[in-house]
Ligand binder design. Sequence first.
Ligand code: DC
Length: 223
Amino acid sequence: MATPFIITLDGPAGVGKSTLAKRLADHFEIAYLDTGAMFRATAWKLGEGSWDWDIDKIEAALKELTFTLTGSGSESVLSLNGVALTNDIRTETVGMWASNFAQIPVVRAYQKIAQRKIGETTSLIAEGRDMGTVIFPQAPCKFFLDAALEERARRRYEQLEEMGKPADIKELIEQIRTRDDKDRNRKEAPLKPADDGIIVDTTNLDIDSVFDRLVAEVKKISA
Ligand code: DC
């Protein structure tokens, strides 16, 4: 079997990673792995406050969680214990729970094993915070997207509205700022570009321009 081809896409909350990752996955006909959804689903399943449990209890709970990825492109389906994840995990509140969980080394260790296992057999575009730095550092195409906080909050606002989950823009700015600080400053696998990654500031770019740029970079690298 040929070695799976992996593209990594990291960046802070609301930068547009999911939209771009799905489009890239469709374009290159590979699977889409949303690792933020894995952290969100873990937090959602274990429940509010579970990140404060003692480590043995957290580890026992993690052992009961199995993630699988099926399908391809934007139709890729991530499931937890055989049940497809839904938009219930997409709120900013669950994002914050996920960020709390993401600080815990044992949680990251489990996620690392699960994510690498998926990447062993499947060509993917892997979206998250540490895809290029920790999980798939050998990937040929590693991207880091960034954008100004207010612009990211605006994008997230629109995304939540589309899902029928309206939010308050001022509250979103504060929630995203807090989550970013946590994700960038944590000890383990902090949010940052890979040393050999390509950084794209998308503040003043529309989604089509970013997409075209990423496609061109992938083609250049894989030519
Ligand atoms: O991408 P997202 O907003 O769905 O991610 C939710 C949280 O999960 C994010 O704030 C930090 C954590 N996360 C992480 O630590 N590492 C990843 N690879 C993906 C997400």
